[in-house]
Design a protein around this ligand. Structure first.
Ligand SMILES: O=C(O)CCC(=O)C(=O)O
Ligand SMILES: [Fe+2]
Length: 299
């Protein structure tokens, strides 16, 4: 049975704020799940429809309940675990996510009692992978600034987003995975799959804002031109799991985008002692019909 050893916990988790790659499934074992996910993607209209498919797909459930994954999370968070979200990621080269922390401040009563992980369904490569800033989970805002990392003032998402100044010399660590491998990370660890950089501007809310916007626009335009040239390699696919403990309330806002059916948390491991969340069953049968119906209604 797989267990994180103490060295891994102290070196990787405590020092760096992430652990991986860890092998959970062989390429042969992951293949039916990858095919299922490709099928889900082709029937989905947007990112939101790629959420919480563990509630509807037996294969994604089995992936989430994989013993190696559960044991690794148990070693870090204890044995009572709540899965409150899964997200399928389909990411093209040069189109990833900018720097952010998975601190769901508007979705969880205690955003730091949380763990994120992602299982690779396809190979991730040097030029299409998630990367981390080691030790960023322990840095306060002035230490982050010293490393050239600045909080984005007007975050569009409900998680803290950052940009990396051109002056920053910090070296992100690339997480290159084979299909069936996964990584786990602390909610305060800065990570990205697109190294978003711009000129640091001391007063981002004022008229000075104009001084860095053109750089961003230029970059977006360059990426746009690249993408339209159709030089894309095949996208990277992964399933992310968002896990907390029974005492943390997952707020209704976490599920408001899953209408018409309101998704709920499921018990991933152990007991729901002192639990504050209403739990869903793991049975897919009672949900499939509603889900199919909602897809039809959406379009
Ligand atoms: O896979 C990616 O590109 C982004 C992943 C991510 O941010 C996450 O799993 O929290
Ligand atoms: Fe993230």
């Amino acid at each position: 049975m797989y267990q994180l050893n103490l060295l891994m916990i102290s070196n990787n988790w405590e020092e760096n704020g992430f652990i991986g790659p860890i092998k959970a499934l062989t390429e042969k074992e992951i293949l039916p799940i990858t095919n299922e996910v490709r099928n889900i993607i082709s029937n989905s209209k947007d990112f939101l429809q790629l959420r919480n498919k563990h509630l509807y797909s037996k294969l994604i459930q089995e992936l989430c309940l994989n013993e190696i994954i559960i044991n690794a999370v148990k070693d870090l968070m204890g044995s009572n675990l709540i899965l409150w979200r899964t997200q399928i990621f389909k990411v093209n080269k040069n189109q990833g996510f900018g720097w952010h922390q998975d601190q769901y401040r508007t979705l969880l009563s205690e955003p730091t009692k949380h763990i994120s992980l992602q299982i690779a369904l396809t190979k991730s490569t040097e030029d299409n992978c998630v990367f981390f800033i080691p030790g960023s989970h322990k840095m306060n805002s002035s230490e982050l600034n010293e490393a050239g990392l600045y909080l984005e003032e007007n975050c569009q998402l409900n998680i803290p987003q950052y940009y990396r100044s051109f002056k920053s010399s910090i070296k992100p660590v690339k997480m290159i995975l084979e299909p069936g491998e996964f990584f786990i990370f602390h909610p305060s660890t800065l990570h990205a799959s697109f190294d978003r950089r711009k000129e640091h501007c001391k007063a981002p809310k004022t008229v000075n804002q104009g001084s860095f916007l053109p750089v961003g626009r230029l970059w977006n335009r360059t990426v746009g031109v690249f993408n339209s040239l159709n030089f894309q390699s095949s996208p990277r696919l992964g399933v992310a799991m968002r896990i907390t403990v029974p005492e943390v309330k997952v707020l209704p806002t976490a599920f408001e985008k899953t209408l018409p059916r309101i998704d709920k948390c499921v018990l991933l491991h152990g007991s729901n002692e002192n639990g504050v969340n209403e739990l869903d069953s793991w049975s897919v049968n009672d949900k499939t019909r509603v889900n199919e119906q909602s897809l039809i209604e959406v379009g």
